[in-house]
Design a protein. Structure first.
Length: 155
């Protein structure tokens, strides 16, 4: 597909496979392969995934699960693709339009910290730092409530 991006042919091939229960894995494989490629190839994969979803061959839930599989392995992927944190977050951009930006709040804290550390001073970095601060405060408060309410201060 990367050598000759024939979207109609690829959609037909996916349809012919006849195994929709594995399309989350297909999404993960396509997104992972796109991380190793240039911007043009990444856009092509985004277009293909959008076409698969539009044709009813891939549900949004499968697309999200495929993305989440990559997110869970971001630190390993980063060994091969140093820009992986930023590239993964870019899939959530409204400009890309592949995944809903609300998934951003569910990204692992360490991935967000790495992204924040790699960013130059900007409004986006300030927003990310604020999110990380709120996340840390939530985790502290949650730990207190779990200890008090769930575990009844038992050790």
């Amino acid at each position: 597909y990367f050598l000759e991006p024939d979207m109609k042919g690829m959609v037909a091939s996916v349809r012919a496979l006849g195994c929709p229960s594995y399309h989350d894995e297909l999404a993960a494989l396509l997104l992972r392969a796109a991380l190793d490629r240039g911007e043009t190839e990444r856009r092509s994969v985004v277009g293909l995934l959008g076409a698969l979803e539009a044709d009813g061959l891939m549900s949004n839930a499968q697309l999200v699960r495929g993305f989440e599989k990559l997110v869970l392995a971001w630190d390993d992927i980063q060994l091969d693709v140093p820009d992986a944190p930023g590239l993964l977050v870019a899939f959530l951009s409204t400009k890309v339009g592949l995944l809903h930006k609300s998934l951003f709040a569910r990204l692992p804290e360490e991935l967000l910290r790495r992204l924040c550390n790699d960013m130059a001073s900007s409004e986006a970095r300030d927003i990310l730092q604020s999110h990380l601060h709120d996340l840390a405060a939530f985790k502290r408060e949650l730990a207190v409530h779990l200890q008090e309410d769930l575990f009844c201060n038992r050790s």
